[in-house]
Design a protein around this ligand. Structure first.
Ligand code: ZN
Length: 450
């Protein structure tokens, strides 16, 4: 070995078992340091042309231009190289708001909405959430696991590697626990990492329609202590809809109790009308106020001052034909931490974060870089995972996507189809050439390793 070769192999002393190289665009979403990303920092993708990422045992060990990464790391024998020439590489998407565990179908309500009925009118006629509660109560744990697993597979195929997952279609102690246990079981088994949220205050179950405070008693005195005892949730959410769901007093009572049990607050607010939800989320110190379609500017300012994030789900406004979208542009200018979610649920049957990103640009005024940062590091921040996922930086989890598109602009621009080619979760290839794979073989993907 010559001296020069010796020096080179010494420099390559960092061993990697995965090398993704020669990306047309590598979006690191790194480099600013501060999370959540606010105002102008929301648009900073940390883009490297001809970029590469290397990881070892699920942790990123090098990120940068391909030549520099190749100089810094040595791919171990049997390690995997992915040629990302002509493609975009970016962090796995973080879906910050989903309700994935339910049984039954609400397709009839979809047809009613097409006929001109609003979501609220359908709910007043006995439709809505309670229509999903009955079949979900009847479904066994194993049935719910099977239904939810398929949904998580679809999320993964569309690039989601971390998702928040709410309960809320059980609305009894055993059924809410059953749903959270499904989330726990799938979080342990499935590549999509789940962040559990207890949403016993999703709606009032029919049997409590005329004794609402008694249902709040049940949530506070029985559900929350049981959820805590079993360690089943990190967050507690409340659907703050004063006329149809939970009032200010009830929401405050539930979220205060949740805080005493170590769960941080999220809220559904201002989805169908300006209910004062943004202001209430600010007063209660929620981590995130979600939807915010009708939140007025003065309440957005209160949220920004209180450090409450805004999680926005344009696919829900689209599916429910609300006729209006959250004004994400105003929220960014106000200094709010904007994150994105699908709101996948029984009436918004969409697992796709790429479609969410398209709608965030087309309907809510975000630029492509802003929507991508909101769908990665800001979502990770919202879920308390920013130290682990949401950007490609040395030391973080090797969660990344290889997208079959030439620039990041194509992610929202080329909509309604799936451009996700490969998905890596914790260093393992879990989607290969657009197909879900369990086994993680070691052959090179996408082209020759140069
Ligand atoms: Zn929701």
């Amino acid at each position: 070995m010559s001296d020069a070769e010796g020096r080179q192999s010494e420099a390559r002393s960092v061993e990697a078992d995965l090398l993704v190289h020669d990306a047309a665009e590598l979006l690191t979403v790194a480099g600013v340091g501060v999370v959540p990303r606010l105002r102008r920092a929301l648009g900073e993708l940390g883009l490297i042309r001809g970029g590469a990422v290397a990881s070892r045992q699920g942790r990123i060990v090098a990120v940068g231009e391909t030549r520099a990464v190749r100089d810094a790391v040595r791919l171990r024998e049997g390690g995997r190289a992915i040629d990302a020439s002509g493609m975009v590489v970016m962090p796995g998407l973080v879906d910050a708001h989903t309700h994935p565990v339910f049984a039954g179908s609400r397709e009839a309500e979809f047809v009613l909405r097409l006929g001109g009925l609003s979501y609220t009118e359908i709910a007043l006629r006995g439709g809505g959430i309670v229509n999903t509660v009955q079949p979900t109560r009847q479904a066994s744990f194993a049935e719910l696991v099977a239904l939810t697993r398929r949904r998580l597979d679809t999320m993964l195929l569309h690039g989601t590697t971390t998702a928040e997952a709410k309960s809320g279609y059980g609305l009894t102690v055993p059924d809410e626990i059953k749903i959270l246990e499904v989330i726990r079981a799938l979080g342990a088994e499935h590549p999509v990492e789940l962040v559990p949220t207890f949403l016993g205050a999703h709606a009032f179950p029919p049997e409590y329609r005329d004794r609402r405070d008694e249902y709040v008693d049940l949530v506070v005195k029985e559900m929350l202590p049981e959820v805590r005892a079993r360690g089943l949730a990190e967050f507690c959410d409340v659907a703050f809809v004063p006329k149809r769901a939970f009032t200010e007093r009830q929401s405050e009572r539930i979220l205060a109790c949740a805080r005493d049990h170590g769960m941080r607050a999220r809220m559904h607010v201002d989805e169908f009308a300006p209910d004062g939800g943004g202001g209430l989320a600010a007063r209660l110190g929620a981590v995130s106020a979600d939807h915010c379609i009708f939140t007025p500017q003065n309440e957005l300012e209160l949220m920004a001052r209180a450090g409450v994030g805004a999680t926005l789900m344009p696919a829900a406004a689209f599916a429910l034909r609300i006729g209006r979208y959250a004004d994400a542009r105003a929220m960014v200018e106000t200094g709010l931490a904007v994150a994105l979610g699908t709101d996948f649920n029984a009436s918004c049957l969409c697992e796709s974060m790429p479609l969410t990103i398209s709608l965030a640009c087309l309907k809510m005024g975000l630029t492509p870089p802003e929507a991508l940062v909101a769908a990665t590091i800001n979502g990770a921040w919202s879920l308390g995972r920013a130290h682990e996922v949401g950007s490609l930086e040395v030391g973080k989890a090797s969660d990344l996507l290889v997208l079959d598109c030439p620039t990041h602009v194509h992610i929202p621009f080329h909509f309604g189809v799936n451009r996700v080619r490969h998905v890596v979760k914790r260093g393992a290839v879990v989607v290969r050439d657009g197909r879900r794979v369990d086994a993680d073989g070691a052959e090179a993907l996408g082209g020759p390793d140069r």
